[in-house]
Write a protein that binds this ligand. Sequence first.
Ligand SMILES: [Zn+2]
Length: 96
Amino acid sequence: MAIPKCPHCNATRFQLTENEPMDANYKIFILHCVGCGAPAGAMEYIVPSVLIAQQEKKLLNIQERWSRLTGQNGGLAKVDSGFDYAANFSSVACVA
Ligand SMILES: [Zn+2]
């Protein structure tokens, strides 16, 4: 397996640092050479798998609250419009 080397100083160790680019409203990670500090790459600050897990937790919370709401005293099974909310939204699928 090839070992990545810094093109400036041939060091083989790199580190991530958090950076907020000027005039930007977001952060990124920059991969720097440990030997000379030269940037070797940039990565998104937000990790998609963490965001998906957070959204899944929120959806499950909404589903639980909705189940309690529709289950109490007949809940909101049928509202004025006649639309059967309980039948149509009794389960919330979470596709990850
Ligand atoms: Zn270097």
